[in-house]
Structure formats: structure tokens, C-alpha cells
Design a protein around this ligand. Structure first.
Ligand code: FNR
Length: 373
């Protein structure tokens, strides 16, 4: 099949941007930021530039504040030094013909004082059952249980909205093409959305409308910097990661979709499965949600989680998604777009080098297509 006939390679208008194909690189934490300061490096720039054949790259989660960090060595986007680090990345990606959004991240209760010296913050003082933070302690590094967080005051919630706005200004100054809000996987924004973690009795808790308020304000704040047509929002309605739970995810996330439709964001990105293998043919999204999402939301729908070329083409052909994001395949196949186009085999990633370290398992996976062409 030539690229012209292949639905994966049909150009796509994403909000304000014209993309060369329907392929995104999913956001992936790689925990290699320079210390001290959690700064993206020249190696980070090389890594993303190598993958710029994707229509859109989405950066690893980048914390909007010190207390918003949950894992050691993740790059931030709140200091001048961090902003300068990210500028190297966007320049390298643009020079390679790519586009890149920053994934703005606040982990909320999935954190630990060993990372920043503070008690983690959340909508309510409810610990995340089973959640772990990744910390450096003395000479050692490892996963630790996350403690009970402190509930943010109403004024502090507004302060966190402003931290997201400042992070968006930094992302703009760093040359990013837009931002993706990390409202998935049990982190702060999702902690506000879901009833299990949000027990507030002010304007940010209680009814679904109130639980949506924080997401609405953060989205409006970053849209005020970039324009809503350069903002995406990542959700994971049917994953219960980091202790998160809600009795009615279907209803809740359709309300989220209607909210984001009204705000005019460029895309909704649904993270459909955690990084584990799916049984063949199994769709992790309940029947009916995909069509309901399409009806509730008029922008681009991006999906991620266990996709290969065949599943990606099938969901695009069905009309229930417009773009597909690939995670692990992009770790070990920097030229994934070219391999998918040519039907070449994919290299399996080495899990041992997912998080931390240097170039090994990061920038040293060779492209296949150079040799094959
Ligand atoms: C992830 N994922 C992820 N998601 C996210 O929203 N922000 C992040 O920072 C990360 N970090 C991350 C690190 C690593 C090493 C992996 C493997 C995954 C989830 C990722 O974006 C994607 O949804 C899953 O990997 C499932 O897609 P694949 O890998 O099956 O294509």
C-alpha cells in the first residue's frame, strides 16, 4: 500500500495545525532530566527529533510546579532553566520537520515529600490506594507508598490554575506548538473529576459540574495562552490507575467531552489501556462510549493503548477516531511511521531502560528504514 492510499498517512487538520499524518507519539516519562533542576537535555532533544516522523509528538509529562512532581528525574516546566532546556527540544524537532506539544502534569496526591520537601496536595485528604512515588533517598532510589495528601484550600486551587497558566506561557516561550493537559491516569486533574478522590464541599466538589470546574478553569487558562485550538486533553475514563475510582465513569466523561466541546479544544486523547499487553481482539472501551464520545465532542479524537498498524487503521476506518498515538512502539522504533508505511517489522522495547539512565535504550535504537531503503 502506498502512503497516499493509507489512512494512517492521510494529512489531518488538528485544531490550528496541519499534520502530515494521523500518527502521534504518546506522552512517555523517561526520567532522564539533568540534575539538579530537572531540565530537559541535548539528549532529550535528540530523542524527540529522532521520532519527528510522527504527525504530532507529545512530550513526556512535565510538572508545572515542584510539588506537582511524583517521580524523580522527570523534567519540569516551571523554571527559566527548564524552559531553556525544552527550547532545545522544540528547535531540534522543528528542524526535523516535526510538531510537538508539551504534556502539562501535576501529580497531586501521587507524590512524596522526599521529592520536594512538602506534603503532597490534592482535592481532598484521601490517600491514593496502592499508588507509589519514585524517589531518591540517601544513596538509593526506589518506589515508596504515597502518603495522605493535604486538601488544597479554595484559594490554593486558584493558585494551581495559575501554575498551569504559567507553565503554558513557559511552553509557548520554549517553542512548543501547543499543550496537552494530563487529565488521565489518576493525577491531579482526574483527582478533581472523580468522586472517590474529590470530597470537597466548595465550588470544586460535590456535583459533576463542580468536579468539572478545575478542569474547565485550567483548560481556559492554558487556552488563554495558546488558543483553544492548540490545546488537547488526555483522559482515561476506563482505567483506574493510582487508586482512582468513580461509580459512573461513562456519564462523568461524557460530561467532560461536552465541556471540552464547548471550550473548543483541538483534541481529546483517550488513554485506553495501561502499558500491558491486551488479549487479541479485546476492546478495553465499553461498547457505546466511542459513539457517544463522537456525538458529544466535535474536535479531533485521538486514541492510545495497545495499537499496532492494523488496529490503528481499523479504528480510523471506523470513523470513531481521527488519530492514533503509539507509546512503547515509539520507544524502540524511532522511524515507526516509516516502518508502518512499509510494513516492516517492529523492534521490541527493553523495559529495563524505560525509566532513568542515559542514551542506552533511549537514543540508540537504530532506524530500520535507512538500511532497507
Ligand atoms: C507511559 N504513559 C504515559 N502517559 C501519560 O499520559 N504521560 C506520561 O508521562 C506517561 N509515561 C509513560 C512512560 C512509559 C515508559 C510508558 C510505557 C507509558 C502511557 C502511554 O502514553 C500510553 O498510553 C501507553 O504506553 C499505552 O500505549 P502503547 O504503549 O500500548 O502504545
Amino acid at each position: 500500500m502506498s502512503r497516499t492510499d493509507d489512512i494512517l498517512f492521510r494529512p489531518h487538520r488538528l485544531g490550528a495545525l496541519d499534520l502530515k499524518n494521523r500518527i502521534a507519539m504518546a506522552p512517555m516519562t523517561r526520567s532522564r532530566a539533568a540534575q539538579p533542576g530537572n531540565v530537559a537535555t541535548e539528549l532529550t532533544a535528540t530523542y524527540y527529533a529522532q521520532r519527528s516522523g510522527a504527525g504530532l509528538l507529545i512530550s513526556e509529562g512535565t510538572q508545572v510546579s515542584p510539588v506537582g512532581q511524583g517521580y524523580a528525574f522527570t523534567p519540569g516546566i516551571h523554571s527559566a532553566e527548564q524552559t531553556a532546556g525544552w527550547r532545545r527540544v522544540t528547535e531540534a524537532v522543528h528542524a526535523s520537520g516535526g510538531r510537538i506539544f508539551a504534556q502539562l502534569w501535576h501529580v497531586g496526591r501521587v507524590s512524596h515529600p522526599l521529592l520536594h520537601g512538602q506534603q503532597p496536595v490534592a482535592p481532598s485528604a484521601v490517600a491514593a490506594a496502592g499508588a507509589k512515588a519514585f524517589v531518591v533517598d540517601g544513596g538509593g532510589i526506589g518506589m515508596v507508598d504515597t502518603p495522605t495528601p493535604r486538601a488544597l484550600t479554595t484559594d490554593e486551587v486558584r493558585g494551581v490554575v495559575e501554575e498551569f497558566a504559567q507553565a503554558a506561557r513557559n511552553a509557548r516561550d520554549a517553542g512548543f506548538d501547543g499543550v496537552e493537559l494530563h487529565a488521565a491516569n489518576g493525577y491531579l486533574i482526574e483527582q478533581f473529576l472523580r468522586s472517590e478522590s474529590n470530597r470537597r464541599d466548595d465550588a470544586y466538589g460535590g456535583s459533576v459540574d463542580n468536579r468539572l470546574r478545575f478542569l474547565a478553569e485550567v483548560t481556559e487558562a492554558v487556552a488563554g495562552v495558546f488558543g483553544a485550538d492548540k490545546v488537547g486533553v488526555r483522559i482515561s475514563p476506563f482505567l483506574e490507575l493510582n487508586g482512582i475510582h468513580d461509580d459512573d465513569p461513562h456519564g462523568l466523561f461524557l460530561a467532560v467531552a461536552r465541556l471540552l466541546d464547548g471550550l473548543g479544544v483541538a483534541y481529546i486523547h483517550t488513554s485506553e489501556s495501561s502499558p500491558m499487553e491486551l488479549p487479541p481482539g479485546h476492546d478495553p472501551v465499553p461498547a457505546g462510549f466511542r459513539t457517544a464520545l463522537r456525538e458529544a465532542y466535535r474536535g479531533t479524537i485521538m486514541v492510545a493503548g495497545g495499537y499496532d498498524g492494523a488496529r490503528a487503521r481499523a479504528i480510523l476506518e471506523s470513523g470513531l477516531a481521527d488519530m492514533v498515538a503509539f507509546g512503547r512502539p515509539y520507544i524502540s522504533n524511532p522511524d515507526l511511521d516509516a516502518r508502518l508505511a512499509a510494513g516492516l517489522p517492529l523492534t521490541e522495547p527493553d523495559r529495563a531502560t524505560f525509566y532513568g539512565g542515559g542514551a542506552q535504550g533511549y537514543t540508540d535504537y537504530p532506524p530500520l528504514t535507512q538500511a532497507a531503503e
